[in-house]
Ligand binder design. Structure first.
Ligand code: FAD
Length: 547
């Protein structure tokens, strides 16, 4: 907590630090967000996150789904661009926001209350507060001669992506799923020469079979738009290089076709999430991760987006969905930052974590004035911060203990004590004063500027601290006094109110109180007047504390 600095107010406008992340949060994880997959979805989510000052790492195996196609269509602003050029532009844009895109294969993910831990095939273990799964799907094609080498060239999955380029040609729709009939009207919109191959593909594995029954009604519907119907399965494709000229049927007959549209079997690329037991949902295209409209899965720290959740999404749809998810993740973390800020341990960890050093390193002037002439013995500082008061007392010969809720502050205090050569006369621990009990008494207990904008039952703590003062010892309370400067954010008691609240018996305690003005210079050079309250509760020798 607060001690050992020139201006001890946690919220004052004199306080300044070097945070690059808007003052939140303490660096407990390697990154705020890890994005798995650096296709268009992953990069789009990362752009939203990077621009929101989220420390974002993209891990990508480098195999985007559309890598088989030389050009990418139906993408506003990038129509006809090579897919890899769009990704390269995206990676370049992300650099401006310190987003790193790293080649890696994610193999496993674990989560706990606060952290996501990611393991990679390269041997890395990386932590973050949230994860975006944007690792897409792979297209599994039947093992039919001539098929896979034409994927993305003359064997096409989407009329919107590739239809214009093959308009007015001899086109086919090879049925591989019950949804195939829905593709025929879209293809017919592009060409008057369309053949519907009801028998699908036969790769000799016995898995072939018409996925859709050719009913009289369906036949009539297709014929009304002059769509030709073939019922035998396709067993091979023929043509020069990536071009297609004919498909071969199981009967040996060949049908002239220059491009076919067909659906591959979609395989989710998310085995690394298997251990998390995420809820799944049925869709017409199979079972995929269940997400809400922002991409949130059933695990609070895991989001999913892009083709991994909507495999029919083309590039602009995936970009848009992932931008929404990026915003969703940032919103989730921003809300969590506010929730955390109300927890005293997190509040102070964030405060100290926001800069390399929070306070001046000088002891409080009031302590120096009040304790300078005391005979050194044992001392306890409540809310010792970075330890300046404790170190000063140790330098005066005290066996000095400091406690603070922030582990970062306590760690700095230990290092500062070692640097000052008083490590052997100091002890520091990270404790929550709401429950702390030192289990012994001290000759001097200090509470310097023990104020907090988050939960701190100050009077109750001081009441217990009275019991930690040895007979003949003292409790020294140095505090901000109410005034214009502090009025907005701290509920400060006057010295009189504090004395009344502790209500110590006269026979056991003598009390001395004073209010002294102090001038503080702001960074802009202007000066402001503070009033510090000093109350010394001295325990009479040979008495019990009386509390
Ligand atoms: C042949 C073909 C052509 C297409 N052409 C077009 C087109 O012209 N226009 C259009 O709008 N859409 C087109 N699409 C659709 C387009 O490919 C998708 O919309 C888009 O790729 C979805 O983006 P994504 O980021 O969700 O997935 P992807 O682009 O597939 O990216 C996923 C990334 O995650 C990585 N990854 C997977 N697993 C891991 C792991 N464990 N660890 C790390 N990284 C991992 C992958 O290697 C990949 O780089 C085409 C699709 C195909 C199949």
């Amino acid at each position: 907590m607060l001690a050992g600095r020139a201006d001890p107010c946690p919220m004052s406008d004199e306080h300044h630090h070097d945070s690059t992340s808007a003052g939140c949060c303490a660096t407990e994880t390697d990154h705020d967000v890890i994005v798995v997959g650096g296709g268009v979805a992953g990069l789009s989510a990362a752009l939203m996150l990077g621009r929101s000052r989220r420390r974002t790492l993209v891990l990508d195996a480098g195999r985007p789904r559309n890598r088989f196609a030389a050009h990418m269509q139906a993408v506003l602003g990038s129509d006809g661009k090579a897919p890899e050029d769009l990704l390269a532009t995206g990676i370049e844009e992300l650099r401006a926001y310190d987003v790193e895109v790293r080649r890696a294969q994610v193999t496993a993910v674990a989560t706990d209350d606060r952290t996501v831990t990611v393991h990679t095939a390269e041997g890395d273990r990386i932590t973050a507060r949230a994860l975006v799964a944007a690792s897409g799907v792979s297209d599994q094609l039947p093992d039919v001669p001539g098929l896979s080498q034409r994927w993305g060239r003359s064997v096409l999955h989407c009329p919107y992506c590739h239809g214009w380029e093959v308009r007015d040609r001899a086109l086919g729709v090879v049925f591989t799923s019950p949804l195939a009939p829905h593709q025929v009207p879209l293809v017919r919109q592009l060409s008057a020469d369309v053949t519907a191959f009801f028998g699908g593909f036969d790769d000799g594995t016995g898995s072939a079979g018409a996925p859709v029954e050719l009913t009289a009604e369906l036949r009539q519907r297709l014929q009304a738009r002059e769509v030709k119907i073939v019922t035998e399965p396709v067993v091979a494709l023929h043509g020069e290089g990536g071009d297609l000229s004919e498909v071969e049927l199981s009967t040996g007959a060949r049908v002239p076709v220059e491009a076919i549209f067909t659906g591959a079997e979609l395989r989710e690329q998310a085995a690394y999430l298997d251990g998390l037991g995420l809820r799944r949902a049925q869709s017409p295209f199979g079972e995929f991760l269940e997400v809400d409209p922002m991409g949130h899965t059933s695990n609070p720290r895991i989001f999913a987006t892009g083709n991994l959740t909507v495999p029919t999404g083309n590039v602009p749809m995936s970009l848009g969905a992932a931008a929404t998810t990026g915003a969703g993740v940032n919103h989730f973390l921003a809300e969590e930052d506010f929730d955390d800020a109300q927890q005293p341990d997190r509040f102070w960890e964030n405060r100290y974590g926001a800069s390399a050093q929070s306070w001046s390193g000088n002891p409080n002037a009031a302590l120096v004035a009040e304790a300078g002439d005391l005979a050194p013995d044992s001392s306890l500082d409540l809310g010792c911060g970075e330890g300046a008061d404790v170190i000063w007392l140790a330098g005066k010969g005290w066996q000095a203990t400091g406690v603070d809720i922030s582990t970062i502050a306590v760690d700095r205090a230990r290092k500062a004590a070692a640097a000052a050569g008083v490590a052997d006369r100091t002890a520091f621990s990270a404790v929550d004063l709401r429950t702390f009990d030192p289990g012994r008494q001290f000759d001097l207990v200090t509470a310097s500027f023990l104020h907090s904008p988050v939960d701190l039952p100050r009077t109750e703590i001081l009441r217990r601290a009275v019991g930690w003062v040895a007979p003949g010892g003292r409790l020294l309370v140095i505090s901000h006094q109410p005034g214009e400067h502090h009025r907005h954010h701290l509920d400060l008691p006057t010295v009189d109110a504090e004395v009344t609240a502790l209500d110590l018996p006269d026979e056991a305690w003598s009390i001395r109180k004073q209010v002294i003005p102090r001038t503080v210079t702001r960074p802009d050079g202007t000066e402001i007047e503070h009033c510090d309250g000093i109350v010394e509760f001295s325990r009479r020798a040979g008495t019990s504390s009386g509390t």
